[in-house]
Design a protein around this ligand. Structure first.
Ligand code: ADP
Ligand code: MG
Length: 721
């Protein structure tokens, strides 16, 4: 078996960076594969262009005659680039991207065929998609789901060496209008946030208020492992992470990988990825080595949340597909290697509009600062009321391995504000203010808030949710996740809290208070009731875990089995319904789908672990023990007294491993009644068994003859490229 491992190593040593497309200037690459507004402008009659532009800006429905003209222009552009097919791209509840492909072909009566694409085909497709998990929304007799173009996200081309496909980003809804996807709630949550944010801005005296949109810049961490190694690791192929593997003698202790020189083969890969992203109009900006060996990061310039989300999905697709061309496997799993840093996806998020700018930017005048303090207070209140929901939005089997693992944010959701801002809010809370609120704000120095916390030195890496100068960074999101879910939650809890604050302002001013006094009262009340969620200390410390739960009343939801049921709480159902983001049925379906995905993920891993241990490890271990035993016997025969302790130790570990397998098999046979019991069963029965098996297998890996070990080791996978 080990010959395969040696062959893999040899093939990797012989690799050289793969030549890709020749470099081209940015202007040439940029959005060349996107049907941009600019391209529409030159292809469409003025009135049609105006109408589509309005649809994009205001999110209104395209009318049928306009859709026909747009479809025609889109098809002409795509076919001129060689496209024969188009695909409605949608985002089911699986975190993946789904596509339904159709030809432009339209056979004519006379035996010829032409290309055709109508407005109807553009704005509405029927992928059916009845095999996607939908949590029981669609009973089979009305199993139809349909996709509809989201005009706020542009169409683009994807090519294979053999042809080009026009891709159209769509929402995916049931025949009866329920959201079956991740995009629909995102659009709704943005609309809810826009309604309340505009209302608050008007209360603050703004007369001209443009639509408010949320923005997102998602930093993506990933691992690259040579594809020759992945081919020998069934666990990397099926589960995306190693289920066994002893730690290497050298890990990340030296911190020599972080921001180190990027290896050439990797750099060539990154450049290939970036060129494709530029062509797709995705503003990739930053690349660097991450903390763990073999770990890297790519971050784009931020964009409107909806477009950023589609672009993030595309980025994951391009990262994975391009890795194959370069002989790598790109691992987006949150914890591919035990004992080594995991991968996250920091979701940078803010809200803003064309008239008032970034609403989470402190600004330079007392008025701007007041506005900032109110919006920021709304975020604080949202996190305090709905922290458990934020935890639920990042609950996956894979992210559970990372959260709270002493290198990633804890599973307790708190807010980090930075020392200056935390100080401002605690002064507001102490109410230790004289005179009018306006004067008080000034005396706090609020009129001269410095550029807060923009120095990365002041970053708190241990907080799950941190203010970083002009935005919040949700750091607990998993590397393999769609950012849609976390953004839906952030927009929705913000909408709800802005509403709560705006209600108080309205009431206060109606009873004669000045804007400043009413605003100040609202700020103080927010901090009195919700200040407990603000935390600037070490989020990894056990002391914080105790204080958070015992003194601050925050919830610690360590696993998905604890977090997912949050989606069924009455206050969460009310929140989504009140804000018009998810109906109770849609929310319940999400709980069901996510719970099922969690259970499936763990059960697949359990089955795979049994298979690997029994068919790959056990035979090799037995052979190795047999060899040792024979050697011991032979030595005794010639009168030596060899030390049998290594063999005894192997024997004990092998027993532990086999007993673990028996116990795991038994546990898998009884799953408990109902989904809640099933979730708990995964956490309380399956995972601990898997842990015991792994412990024994990893100890054996460092005793068995290395020349016969069948699986590429951590050292090989992390350091060879
Ligand atoms: P760091 O690693 O220091 O957090 P990066 O430069 O890697 O910083 O990533 C910061 C991310 O935050 C980028 O994607 C950036 O575009 C994004 N960002 C900056 N301003 C905003 C904003 N107003 N809204 C959303 N994202 C933002
Ligand atoms: Mg970062």
């Amino acid at each position: 078996p080990a010959t395969a491992r040696l062959n893999a190593i040899e093939s990797i040593l012989a690799r050289s960076p793969v030549q890709t497309q020749p470099p081209a200037p940015l202007e040439e690459l940029w959005a060349s594969d996107v049907f941009t507004l600019e391209k529409m402008k030159s292809a469409l009659p003025k009135t049609v262009f105006k109408s589509i532009q309005r649809s994009i800006k205001e999110g209104t429905k395209l009318d049928a005659s306009v859709a026909d003209v747009v479809a025609q222009a889109m098809k002409d552009w795509a076919t001129s680039r060689g496209a024969l097919y188009y695909a409605h791209v949608f985002y089911p509840l699986t975190n993946l991207t789904a596509e339904k492909h159709d030809g432009f072909i339209s056979p004519q009566g006379d035996g010829t065929a032409i290309t055709e694409f109508t407005g109807k085909l553009l704005v509405q497709g029927e992928p059916d998609g009845s095999s996607f998990p939908n949590g029981g929304i669609r009973s089979t007799f009305e199993a139809r789901g349909y996709t509809a173009w989201d005009a706020t996200s542009p169409a683009y081309l994807m090519d294979t060496p053999n042809g080009v496909t026009l891709c159209i980003p769509t929402v995916f809804v049931s025949w009866t209008g329920e959201a079956l996807d991740k995009k629909t709630p995102l659009l709704r949550s943005n609309a809810a946030m826009n309604r309340q944010a505009q209302r608050l801005l008007r209360l603050l005296g703004e007369t001209e208020v443009a639509p408010v949109n949320s923005s997102c810049g998602a930093e993506q961490e990933y691992f690259l492992v040579d594809a020759a190694f992945t081919a020998l690791r069934p666990d990397l192929q099926l589960a995306g992470r190693t289920l066994v593997g002893a730690p290497p003698a050298k890990g990340q202790q030296f911190d020599d990988h972080y921001f180190g020189a990027i290896p050439e083969r990797v750099q060539v890969y990154m450049q290939d990825v970036e060129r494709q992203l530029y062509r797709l109009g995705i503003p990739a900006k930053t690349r660097h080595n991450e903390v763990a060996p073999g770990q890297f990061e790519i971050a784009p310039f931020f964009e409107a949340a909806n477009v950023a989300t589609d672009h993030q999905q595309l980025t994951m697709t391009v990262l994975k597909a391009t890795a194959k061309k370069h002989g790598f496997t790109c691992l987006l799993h949150e914890k591919p290697f035990a004992g080594v840093n995991g991968s996250g996806k920091h979701v940078n998020w803010s809200i803003g509009n064309a008239t008032q700018g970034n609403l989470l930017d402190p600004g330079h005048t007392p008025h701007e600062n007041l506005q900032f303090l109110l919006f920021c207070a709304a975020v604080i209140r949202g996190v305090h009321c709905f922290g458990p929901l934020m935890r639920a939005a990042i609950a996956t089997a894979s992210n559970d391995h990372r959260l709270g693992a002493n290198e990633a944010p804890p599973a307790i959701i708190s807010v980090y504000l930075g020392s200056q801002l935390e100080d401002v809010y605690s002064q507001i809370r102490s109410g230790n203010l004289q005179g009018s609120a306006q004067a008080a704000l000034m005396s706090l120095g609020v009129d001269t808030l410095p550029d807060l916390n923009k120095d990365p030195g002041d970053r708190n890496r241990t907080s799950p949710f941190a203010f970083t100068g002009n935005r919040f960074e949700f750091r607990a999101v998993g590397s393999g996740q769609s950012v849609a879910g976390p953004l839906v939650v952030l927009n929705t809890i913000l909408a709800d809290s802005i509403q709560w604050i705006a209600d108080q302002l309205e009431a206060g001013m109606a009873s004669g208070a000045s804007l400043e006094d009413a605003a100040f009262a609202a700020l103080k009340r927010t901090m009195d009731q919700h200040g407990a969620v603000v935390f600037g200390g070490d989020g990894y410390s056990s002391e914080w875990h105790r204080i958070a739960v015992e003194e601050r009343g925050l919830e610690n939801l360590p696993t998905s089995a604890d977090a997912l049921p949050v989606l069924q709480r009455p206050e969460i159902r009310d929140l989504f319904e009140r804000q018009g983001v998810l109906t109770p049925l849609e929310l319940e379906s999400r709980f069901e789908v996510y719970a099922e995905q969690y259970i499936l993920a763990i059960e697949v891993e359990a089955r795979l672990l049994l298979r690997m241990v029994r068919t790959q490890l056990y035979p090799v271990i037995m052979e190795s023990m047999g060899g040792l035993a024979a050697s011991l016997k032979a030595q005794k025969k010639v009168g030596l007294s060899p030390d049998p302790s290594v063999l005894s130790r192997m024997d004990a570990l092998c027993q532990q491993m086999l007993e673990g397998c028996t116990a795991l098999e038994a546990a898998m046979a009884s799953e408990g009644e109902g989904v809640h019991a099933h979730l708990r069963h995964c956490v309380d029965a399956l995972l601990p068994c898997m842990g015991r098996i792994r412990e024994a297998a990893d100890a054996l890996e460092s005793l068995v003859d290395d020349a016969s070990w069948p699986l590429p080791t951590y050292q090989e996978m992390l350091f060879m490229r």
